[in-house]
Design a binder for this molecule. Structure first.
Ligand code: AMP
Length: 193
């Protein structure tokens, strides 16, 4: 089963993806993680995207599509969870084409719905908790970048909700509930596919 987790920054996509990896042997493909890795290892691409990411803007479609294409070749156990990808309509089209090329298809795009105030709260808390635990704080987890990230989400990513709705692949769940409750809803959705 191949699914997309859709939703604004801070909606809990990464947290839920991690649970699916543990419970269903699925493979998480997070373009955000891949880009952060490229930065840490200091690749040319990593250096190129650093400032864009810190500002909260989207990197080019070409870069993230390339990253996903590479990973789609790998074994995928119980299927792929696309986390933070696609974020534009061009990426969504590219994903369809890449999956088809590999004889695969998408089963669902599951939207984690949350409201904006709760998001800002979550992200600012995520930064505070990381700092308190002595963990690195994401450079884009501050209110300034967050505003841009949210704007990018509404301008470029939220049209995907309509796109997948029209393709009859959209499912919405309440992302504001407790982690366990969201996981339960997600499980129900996956079991219904
Ligand atoms: P994330 O960890 O998903 O919040 O991603 C962190 C940052 O990486 C984003 O704010 C973008 O700058 C970049 N990024 C991650 N995924 C994508 C994508 N699919 N398209 C464009 N930029 C992305």
């Amino acid at each position: 089963m191949n699914i997309i987790l859709l939703g604004p920054p801070g909606a809990g996509k990464g947290t839920q993806a991690q649970r699916l990896v543990d419970e269903r042997d699925m493979v998480q493909l997070s373009t955000g993680d891949m880009l952060r890795e490229a930065r840490t290892s200091g690749t040319e691409m990593g250096q190129k995207v650093a400032a864009i990411m810190d500002a909260g803007e989207l990197v080019t479609d070409e870069i993230v599509i390339g990253l996903i294409e590479e990973k789609l070749q790998s074994a995928n156990g119980g299927g792929f969870i696309f986390d933070g990808f696609p974020r534009t309509l061009a990426q969504a089209d590219a994903l369809d084409a890449l999956l088809e090329k590999n004889g695969q298809s998408l089963d669902a795009a599951i939207e984690l719905r949350v409201d904006d105030e709760a998001l800002v709260h979550r992200i600012v808390n995520r930064a505070k908790e990381a700092a308190a635990a002595g963990k690195p704080v994401r450079a884009d987890d501050n209110e300034e970048s967050l505003k841009i990230r949210l704007m990018e989400y509404y301008k470029k990513t939220s049209p995907l909700i309509g796109y997948y709705y029209a393709k009859r692949q959209h499912h919405g769940i309440d992302g504001l509930a407790e982690i366990e409750a969201v996981a339960g809803e997600l499980k129900k959705t996956l079991d219904s596919l």
